[in-house]
Design a protein around this ligand. Structure first.
Ligand code: AMP
Length: 458
């Protein structure tokens, strides 16, 4: 299939071609015709699937046929959970819409509101916004929705996780009842279905996709058992000895992220922290520097890292394991994207045994343990075991409208490939050695690729 068969007009096809896209990704092949038809869409698709173009391209097409937005009015509203994602989506709107005459703008919190109010005075055909700031602007009459035709909720699951549910409901109340609704979410949990019920019109098109290039993607995962106090030093050693040039490090806390970035700087490793307490300017700069290679290590909290489009990241490090095991899968999804190989390393101390065990059970796999010479832990990390009750791997399933009463469905399989085959250049780190584990084989299969919790049965 080619883009030309999807019903997009020449100026949009030209922009797509200029981006070098040849074939529509599955989410694009499904979403573009549906949106052009004016249907509501509910899609289980995460970052990396090409979902942004999936909704942006047909929105541009549809809007290009109508009258432009009047002052302070908006014709398509795209809500995103984070500022970074808003900036990225806004950038995509500009890129794909560069040959058509539509206006767009981006608004998010953490920066001055006045310039945003000024920009909105002219009206925007497409507005990309985070919920809190949008409400502030709406409350001050800086943005109005009389002309609104299309609403997009991007990464709806994250918006709920981040507590935006009330803001979203308040925003929806302000919108015209007749409109087209597009909802994109990595998962279709009960909460998402509840939210969707109040937003989506009857008879939406529903589908689920797996991330692009998953078959070509290889992520090597291993853990390094180490005492808590030694983690920063181990990380320094791994970076230096293996010459890791672009590392995304995950921390649980903002304070921890700052502290680690400062520590690495004292060791002459260029590092920056990115989290919710950083000003927007600092976050944007850190990300740009990281992408450009001026910053070698980006230390991020989960929320700050969510949705960042950093392609082909070679190295992800979990400095601490996440409390929610699904976050592990999201985190390692940052690496080995778009057909590249990647390595995901977790520094695990004895007190994180429970988190480790939860993760291993979620992904149905015991993670290989490699010790770093000189940093063998004093506090032993117990051997883990998979629960005997082996849960079946959920198949990517279409989110089904008949199951709105809460049945979980439509989970997209995640884009992580087995650790079984070793990709070139991601071998054992210098100074790290494999140690036979008491808890089972070094690699217990290759099911990480589709690792998701089993669907709840009711
Ligand atoms: P997204 O899932 O929207 O965050 O997109 C992930 C990445 O895929 C972005 O860097 C896009 O530029 C890229 N992309 C989107 N659609 C295509 C396509 N059809 N062919 C190649 N790359 C694409």
């Amino acid at each position: 299939m080619s883009f030309t068969s999807l019903g997009l007009s020449e100026p949009i096809l030209k922009a797509v071609a200029e981006e070098g896209y040849e074939t529509p990704s599955p989410v694009q092949a499904k979403a573009i015709p549906a949106v052009l038809e004016g249907r509501d869409v509910m899609a289980a698709a995460q970052t990396g699937t090409g979902k942004t173009a999936g909704f942006t391209l047909p929105i541009l097409e549809r809007l290009s046929h109508g009258a432009p937005a009047k002052p302070n009015q908006v014709r398509a509203l795209i809500l995103t959970p984070t500022r970074e994602l808003a900036a990225q989506v806004g950038e995509s709107v500009r890129t794909y819409g560069k040959h058509i005459r539509l206006s767009s703008t981006i608004v998010f919190g953490g920066v001055k509101i006045n310039p945003q109010m000024m920009r909105l005075r002219r009206g925007a055909d497409i507005l990309v916004a985070t919920p809190g700031r949008l409400l502030d602007l709406a409350n001050q009459n800086a943005v109005k929705f009389d002309q609104l035709e299309i609403l997009v909720l991007d990464e709806a699951d994250r918006m709920l996780d981040m507590g935006f549910i009330h803001d979203i409901r308040r925003i929806i109340q302000r919108l015209p009842k007749v409109r087209q609704n597009l909802l994109f979410s990595a998962t279709f949990s009960d909460d998402i279905r509840k939210l969707a019920k109040g937003i989506i019109n009857n008879d939406p098109i529903e589908f689920s996709v797996t991330p692009r290039n998953t078959t070509a993607t290889t992520v090597t995962q291993w853990i390094c058992p180490v005492d808590k106090r030694q983690k920063a030093l181990v990380l320094q050693q791994l970076i230096e000895e293996n010459n890791w040039h672009q590392v995304l490090v995950f921390m649980r806390t903002k304070h921890g992220a700052n502290k680690l970035a400062s520590f690495l700087e004292t060791k002459n490793i260029k590092a920056a922290a990115i989290h919710g307490n950083k000003s927007q300017g600092a976050r944007t700069k850190a990300l740009a520097d990281f992408k450009a290679g001026a910053v070698q290590v980006l230390v991020a909290t989960d929320i700050a890292a969510r949705g960042l489009d950093i392609d082909q990241l070679p190295q992800v490090v979990n400095f601490e394991l996440p409390n929610v095991p699904e976050d592990y899968v999201h985190r390692i999804g940052r690496t080995g994207r778009a057909g590249a190989t990647g390595q995901a390393v977790s520094l695990v101390s004895a007190d994180e045994f429970k988190q480790l065990s939860d993760i291993e059970n979620l992904i149905h796999k015991l993670l290989e343990r490699r010790f770093v010479d000189g940093f063998e832990p004093v506090h032993d990390l117990p051997a883990s075991r998979l629960n005997a009750r082996h849960r079946p791997e959920p198949r990517p399933k279409k989110p089904h409208s008949e199951h709105r009463d809460g049945q979980r469905s439509g989970e997209a399989a995640r884009g992580h490939k087995p650790a079984g085959s070793k990709p070139a250049g991601t071998g054992r780190p210098t100074g790290a050695r494999n140690k036979p584990r008491r808890g089972g084989p070094a690699s217990s299969g290759n099911r990480t690729g589709d690792a998701r919790p089993a669907p709840k049965s009711r």
